[in-house]
Design a protein around this ligand. Structure first.
Ligand code: TTP
Ligand code: MG
Length: 362
């Protein structure tokens, strides 16, 4: 028999719709159908919108908008403070559902993951049927919706999920990559932010199609050779990155942006503890140990610091991890300064499946 390796991958990008708000709606059905904003207290006036449900987005609200402005645009909305640990719980349940379909899963943030389903389905039509099934299972179990982008690579899958929301599936087959990407604004490409987009606009480049058709040699005169080639690849929807599961990764991390900048040490330490626990459980599931813990702090003025500790033997105990993370934080934190973001990262992985098995036998 003649075997031909499958050349085309089929990748899902699953992204929850208005995630924090959807979780709140799921737990409080009274909120459904009304504009809902998760973020800072509008009565206090400081802080930002973390997310707004799709009802609230009709009033032009978006993540990162100052809460005071949101309140002016949508005074009759329901405004709730974030419950990060609940969002982590939901996130874990979503990942558990996705893992049933493919272990080639890469969690990218609290509400999004890539899934490589190349070995599970035969073609893009079957992939769409699978995506519908996943959406249904998530909704039946958790009463929240997600959007799924299906494409031959991560780059296009992620753009696909974001162009069609909420509760949608967008399929981009290899033949359709160009017609799908070319009309979109260049900002849709990962790595092209508003500053780069402004520079590209000066060259008459507005859409991904404009970028794809622009001379690379000319582009190199403005951005340097390697960036020019990179942009060109992106614009043509080329991306060779694999979906990398937690056990294959070099580090895992979680971070949260507070709805309102805070210097409340108890609250911060509680969040650190919740993130550490969630990361520890993820590592345990993969039978992985780690030796390095890093804490990340971002102050209100965006100044960002990290502090790490590497221990000589693998950390196999969650309490030890929490203690290290909290100590690192207290060492790094300048008292009374308001924090915008806090994060925990684990790295220096060690496969402990053998050790664990041995421990169970002793
Ligand atoms: P996103 O997936 O970017 O947004 P979303 O899920 O709320 O809405 P969409 O339907 O467009 O995907 O982010 C996931 C969660 O992360 C979001 O619910 C709240 C949080 N978040 C912040 O805390 N700050 C931010 O600036 C953004 C963008 C998100
Ligand atoms: Mg989302």
């Amino acid at each position: 028999m003649h075997c031909v390796a499958k050349m085309t991958k089929i990748i899902f990008h699953v992204d929850m719709d208005a995630f924090y708000a959807s979780v709140e709606e799921s737990l409080n059905p009274d909120y459904q159908g009304k504009p809902l904003i998760v973020g800072a207290d509008p009565k206090k006036g400081r802080g930002v919108v973390l997310t707004a449900n799709y009802e609230a987005r009709k009033f032009d609200l978006y993540s990162g908008m100052p809460i005071a402005r949101a309140y002016k645009l949508c005074p009759d909305g329901i405004y709730v403070r974030p419950n990060f640990s609940t969002y982590h719980e939901f996130s874990k349940k979503v990942i558990a559902i996705l893992k049933k379909y493919s272990t080639k899963l890469q969690k990218v943030s609290i509400d999004e993951a890539y899934l490589d389903v190349t070995d599970i389905v035969n073609n893009f039509k079957d992939a769409e049927i699978l995506a519908k099934r996943i959406q249904k299972e998530i909704f039946d179990e958790l009463k929240i919706t997600c959007s799924i982008g299906i494409a031959p690579n991560k780059l296009v899958a992620k753009i696909a999920s974001s162009t069609n929301k909420p509760n949608k599936i967008t399929v981009v087959t290899p033949e359709n990559i160009k017609s799908f990407l070319h009309p979109l604004p260049v900002e849709k490409l990962h790595g092209i932010g508003s500053k780069t987009a402004a520079r590209l606009r000066e060259l008459g480049i507005e859409t991904i199609g404009d970028l794809a058709n622009f001379s690379v040699i000319e582009l190199a005169r403005y951005f340097g050779k390697s960036t020019a080639y990179y942009f060109h690849e992106l614009a043509n929807g080329i991306d060779y990155r694999d979906v990398v599961s937690e056990s294959e990764r070099k580090s895992i991390s979680e971070e949260i942006t507070f709805g309102e900048d805070t210097d409340d040490i108890d609250q911060i330490l509680e969040e650190i503890s919740a993130m550490a626990t969630s990361l520890f459980e993820a590592m345990k599931k993969e039978n992985m140990g780690f030796r390095t813990v890093t804490i990340k702090l971002r102050y209100a003025n965006f100044e960002t610091h990290t502090k790490s500790k590497t221990v000589s033997s693998i950390i196999l105990d969650n309490n030890m991890l929490i203690k290290i993370a909290k100590t690192l934080f207290l060492e790094a934190y300048e008292k009374n300064r308001k924090l915008r973001l806090i994060g925990v990262r684990l790295s220096n992985f060690v496969d402990v499946s053998i050790q664990r098995t041995l421990l169970e036998f002793i």
